[in-house]
Design a protein. Structure first.
Length: 222
C-alpha cells in the first residue's frame, strides 16, 4: 500500500518459551519481528521471523514427524542441549538466534518484548498479562514523504537483484532476497495445496469433531 513497515510482536509476557542468552529457563516468547518495503514484481521485500532459533510451531512439526531437531535449537529442562523436541514440551527452552553470538538474537527478542508489550499496555516479561495475547507495535512509514514510491520500489528491486547476483559460496543452493521464498511458496501452494503431516492433520480433525464442525467444513479428507 505504498508504506514501509516494522512490526514487533510479543506475548504479553504470558507463557514464555525462550531462554535469554546465557540462561536456561524460559523468560521470553519467540517474539517475531516483521519488516517490509515496497518493491517491483511479485511482492515487497519482506522479513518476518522469530527472534528465537525457531518458532514453536516448527518444533511442533518436528515432533509430529518423529524427527530430531537440528543442533542448537533447544535446551532441556535441566539446561542441557537437546535434539529431542519432546524435551522442549517437557519444560525445556528454545534458544535465541545466533549460536555463539546469540546475545544479538536475545537483544532482538528483548527489545521486541518491551516495544510490543509496554507501549501496548498488554503485559511484558517480568509483568505478564493474565492470558496470552499478541502485544504488538506496528510502525508504518509513508515512503512518498521521502522519495517517489515508484523510485523507492525500483531501487529496492535493484538492491535485491544485486544480492541475487552474488557469486555463490561453496555448497550454496542459491541466494534469495528477503521474502522471495515466501512468494515462491505462495505460488506453489496456491497451485498444489499445502502439505500437512498426518499427526498435525489428525489433531485438526479431532478439533473439528470436538466442536461438531464436520458439516460446516465438509468435505474434508480423513
Amino acid at each position: 500500500q505504498g508504506l514501509a513497515a516494522w512490526l514487533y510482536c510479543g506475548s504479553g509476557g504470558y507463557a514464555p518459551l525462550q531462554a535469554p542468552f546465557g540462561g536456561r529457563e524460559r523468560r521470553l516468547c519467540t517474539n517475531p519481528i516483521a519488516m517490509a518495503f515496497p518493491a517491483e514484481g511479485d511482492g515487497p521485500i519482506l522479513g518476518d521471523f522469530a527472534t528465537s532459533v525457531a518458532a514453536e510451531g516448527k518444533i511442533r512439526v518436528y515432533r509430529a514427524r518423529g524427527e530430531s531437531l537440528p543442533d542448537g535449537w533447544i535446551l532441556d529442562k535441566h539446561g542441557r542441549p537437546s535434539n529431542d523436541p519432546n524435551d522442549f514440551y517437557d519444560g525445556g527452552s528454545v534458544l535465541p538466534i545466533g549460536g555463539p553470538v546469540a546475545h544479538k538474537g536475545y537483544t532482538l527478542a528483548f527489545m521486541t518484548d518491551i516495544l510490543g508489550g509496554i507501549l501496548s499496555r498488554g503485559g511484558f516479561a517480568g509483568k505478564p498479562a493474565t492470558k496470552f495475547s499478541n502485544t504488538t507495535l506496528i510502525l508504518a512509514l509513508d515512503v512518498e514523504r521521502f522519495v517517489p514510491l515508484a523510485d523507492a520500489a525500483a531501487e529496492a528491486t535493484q538492491a535485491a537483484n544485486y544480492m541475487l547476483d552474488t557469486p555463490l559460496a561453496e555448497g550454496s543452493h542459491g541466494i534469495m532476497y528477503p521474502g522471495q521464498k515466501e512468494i515462491k511458496n505462495r505460488k506453489e501452494r496456491s497451485a498444489k495445496g499445502i502439505e500437512i503431516e498426518a499427526e498435525t492433520w489428525s489433531q485438526v480433525m479431532s478439533l473439528v469433531k470436538e466442536f461438531n464442525l464436520e458439516e460446516t467444513l465438509a468435505p474434508l479428507p480423513e
